[in-house]
Design a binder for this molecule. Sequence first.
Ligand code: SAM
Length: 247
Amino acid sequence: MSGLQHIGVVSLFADEVERIGQYGVIGRAISNGAVTLDCRNPRDYAEDQHRTVDDRPFGGGPGMVMQYAPWVAAIRDAKAQHGEALCVAMSPQGRRFDQAAAQRMSALPAIVFVAGRYEGFDERIIEAEIDEEWSLGDFVLSGGELAAMSMIDSVVRLKPGVLGHDQSAALDSFADGLLEHPHYTRPAEIEGRQVPAVLQSGDHGAITRWRRREALGRTWLRRPDLLAAATLSEQDLVLLEEFKAAH
Ligand code: SAM
């Protein structure tokens, strides 16, 4: 399989992050050898008796700052396992993660995700070892583990061959710049709510048109920013007008 081969994680909760490899799509990708996951804890690289990984901030103020020596030792070890790895730090100050970033990362051979805690990293860790900083969104988490796990999930499922044909990521939201159309399954009617008749018609052309119209309409309603950036065909513009007229 092409694309991402190795994922390293550096975190004070390495065991928690490792669990992402024990279930679901990512678990399957790891167990069938499509990708390896290797998590390490900076505490194992601390040289004092208390396995210290943080200290008070210079200049005063609340909280603790992650210390250079144990974190850099763990990051360098993670990188050494993975050859030419891109090293990314989880940070609310980083670029906001999106599907385009996931696509790009899924084509790289190896990535090391570094998840912080406390007040954040001693800035010199970033300067010395980090290639890029990425944020899950404009909010502050207590730690970077959930951000790293979210990014790993979204990156691995894009690796060719990880999702089965019937789960193709190419049909998901954002893949073509739009939100995906709504889904329905049996029963066809429940508590007075009907599945749209077209989906039961067997007319595949009509179903494709309906799905495209709903995808365009949803994106128009919920994410006009995405719609403004999308490349739309003449047919798309007609379908969008139909959706607006019916709305
Ligand atoms: N004091 C930092 C600031 O204001 O920028 C926030 C530190 S936060 C409490 C601790 C760690 O959680 C960070 O080092 C980072 O790894 C992670 N983190 C917090 N929010 C995040 C976000 N939105 N995206 C990615 N990682 C985040």
